[in-house]
Design a protein around this ligand. Structure first.
Ligand SMILES: [Zn+2]
Length: 81
């Protein structure tokens, strides 16, 4: 069975953030332009404004991805799972 979403469009990616879809964490990251912090889908922090969000693909096979010039959200800000 194919997955419901492959997170290939901005619409699917934004939806994954809104629904805190943890299946998307290995597929893409998102950065918030107003804070210069990037994060993963499934993050429990406050939802950013859609217009401030940019999406970054995670290369297949790489568990973690760094975005040059941006900082990853510190664990204590991500909230509890
Ligand atoms: Zn976060």
């Amino acid at each position: 069975m194919p997955p419901e979403s492959t997170y290939t469009t901005d619409e699917e990616r934004w939806n994954a953030i809104v629904t805190k879809d943890t299946d998307a964490t290995s597929v893409f990251l998102y950065a918030v332009s107003t804070t210069n912090i990037y994060c993963r889908p499934g993050c429990r922090s406050r939802l950013p404004l859609r217009r401030n969000v940019q999406f970054y693909e995670v290369p297949p096979g790489s568990a973690l991805c760094r975005i040059p010039g941006l900082q990853e959200m510190p664990p204590q800000q991500r909230g509890r799972q």
